[in-house]
Design a protein around this ligand. Structure first.
Ligand SMILES: [Mn+2]
Length: 353
């Protein structure tokens, strides 16, 4: 296992956890498996220690995470702002999970900034960041445990618990949450997961009694019949491989959504599928925005060194990560396709090389 906090910080953290009565865990907007895994995992841990603990998330999270232990106790800030504000103001310990700055929590930014200012004084709750994103905002939390090389915030928490001597006490509930975060942030350990210590963590979690096969099915085998048909339609009818460019595209209009009975979230992850074609380097999913009429959304995925984020920034008014990015433009789907072809042509040297 790895050391993620100094001995001095460890001493302080231990004391703060011991003294805390009311604990709140928060995470970034549109929580994913790692954001929920880390907050729910810590919440279960804090409750085991006899604390009152609540999880506050900024907004909606995906249906495929609704099975997670403790999910019914989550407070959504967009629905219960007043209650959440009271909880955060009266907490004596606040865990900030899977986020590196208050702005990452969108509608919660102002209350978190307030907590940050209060935490500098004696009255405010003590704030601890557990995160793996680059460039944590200086001075956001009293203790900032930021480990960008780690596969998930849930992995960071594993190491924190190890340093606190808590690993062997972990309950199945806690371990299930932690595993879920590590699994979802690594595509079930198919990327960002080459460090051997990742598997040390998994081994420990298995010893706690998790059913990793069931967790996998809970997360990934959640298609509806309509989504399976949508995948079939997109791959068979809509997928286009751009000759000699190792790039592909799929498009979806709102009329097609209607025809196929597509629900929000049904398109999730489909953009990755063309990358299973041998030699494919770039895949794009271009769709009419369901919420903003006249806008088109771009979703890009790549392998190796192809910079999706750069292409998105240059052509699609967006950004993101090297291998996963997105953008949005006011145009027709036809114009969007033409623009994508142009972008692919611009990047042909990288795509063909
Ligand atoms: Mn994460």
């Amino acid at each position: 296992m790895e050391k993620v906090i100094t001995d001095g910080q460890l001493f302080v953290l231990k004391e703060k956890i011991e003294q805390a009565h009311r604990v709140v865990c928060v995470c970034h907007v549109s929580p994913d498996g790692d954001a929920l895994g880390s907050t729910l995992g810590i919440s279960a841990w804090m409750k085991r220690l006899g604390k009152e603990c609540r999880v506050v998330v900024p907004n909606r999270f995906p249906d495929f995470l609704h099975w997670m232990p403790g999910v019914n106790e989550i407070i959504r800030y967009d629905k219960k702002k007043e209650e959440a504000d009271i909880l955060l103001r009266s907490a004596d310990l606040i865990w900030v999970c899977d986020m590196n700055a208050p702005s990452r929590a969108l509608e919660m930014e102002s209350i978190l900034t307030e907590c940050m200012e209060r935490s500098m004084g004696v009255a405010g709750g003590f704030m601890v960041m557990a995160d793996h994103h680059l460039h944590p905002q200086e001075g956001f939390c009293n203790i900032q445990i930021s480990q960008p090389e780690m596969c998930a915030t849930c992995e960071v928490i594993c190491h924190i618990m190890h340093q606190l001597g808590e690993l062997s006490n972990m309950s199945v509930k806690e371990a299930t949450c932690i595993y879920t975060g590590m699994m979802t942030d690594t595509g079930a350990f198919t990327y960002a997961s080459n460090r051997s210590v990742v598997y040390e963590c998994i081994s420990t979690l298995l010893s706690c009694g998790i059913d990793k096969d069931k967790i996998y099915r809970n997360v990934f085998f959640t298609s509806t019949p309509n989504r399976m048909r949508l995948i079939g339609y997109l791959l068979y009818v809509k997928m286009e491989v751009i000759g000699g460019m190792n790039a592909s595209l799929m498009t979806l209009t709102n009329q097609e959504r209607k025809m196929l009975g597509v629900k929000n979230g049904d398109t999730e992850g489909i953009v990755n599928m063309p990358l299973q074609i041998q030699g494919m380097r770039l895949s794009a999913f271009i769709s009419e925005d369901t919420e903003h009429v006249g806008f088109v959304k771009f979703s890009l995925r790549s392998v190796d060194d192809f910079p999706c984020n750069e292409m998105s920034a240059r052509f699609f008014n967006g950004g993101g990560h090297k291998n996963a990015s997105g953008g949005r433009l006011q145009c027709t789907i036809e114009e969007a396709i033409e623009l994508y072809r142009k972008a692919v042509h611009e990047y042909r040297a990288l795509l063909q090389g």
